[in-house]
Design a protein around this ligand. Sequence first.
Ligand code: BG6
Length: 305
Amino acid sequence: MLNADIPTLNATFGITRQITFVNGPGDLPMVSIQNSAAEATITLQGAHILSFQPHDQQPVLWVSQHALFEAGKGIRGGIPIVFPWFGPHPTDPSKPQHGFARTMVWQVLGTSAGAEGTTQVRLGLNDTDQTRELWPQAFALEYVVTVGSTLEAKLIVRNTDEAAYTWTGALHSYFTVGDVRQIAIRGLDGTMYLDKVDAMQRKTQHGELTFDSETDRIYLDTDATCDIHDPALQRRIQVAKQGSRSTVVWNPWIDKARALADFGDDEYLGMVCVETANAAADAVTLAPGAEHRLKAIITATSDVA
Ligand code: BG6
């Protein structure tokens, strides 16, 4: 069914003590999920996971204090969905950066209480006149979010068009860290990357990734799990993935943070993006009727070893 008002959404898809539809920040309709393991929220605009917090952890996802919660605007933090192009549009700079999936209103397809106390929400987005103006292809997206002690986010892209097409995209996850200058990301040693802050030069990662300046990299041809080691918060966030050949790592550092209207000047210290992506040379081509599954599996543990 097409999205209705909050009472109707609750009557149709609510689950007592697990799933409630509410007006979230900026009055954007939002799914609020609670179960024995964790809490999470997802706005219907963008199918945007805004928060995920296991009961024994600090918030896993980061959202800016300056984030905009407005119809048609992207939200700075959480997990925006990037589709059908990653970064600037390849030929038309007037089109929105990172595509349009993050700013469209998605439909609720279903909710369920799963095995082992998990809770699942399924959201969908199909092409419309509005999306075809930006990108002519026909598609059906389904986003399956499973909340337990681990957060699983699976984006299924189905080509409902009559011809093959190619897309890029990402689950653009922003993580909370204690101090980005102290963290280390492991899992990318030996991986080639495009350095977006150095004229897209191709480089190779040596050892773990640490941060002392603006960092914006597309690691290519990697299906590795990444671990964010965070000594300040004394925890490790593991980002495992499926159907993803690229990992994008981003921190805007000082100057870029100042230049972004929806990003506090000092907030770069408390966040890092590790994105489950298919970008640049890892673009996905789908035959008519074919589908691709892009999945991030996010687990936080109190462990800095
Ligand atoms: C990252 C890109 O994925 O997203 C960066 O690699 C970009 O180049 C960042 O600055 C944020 O993008 P946006 O459109 O949300 O400001």
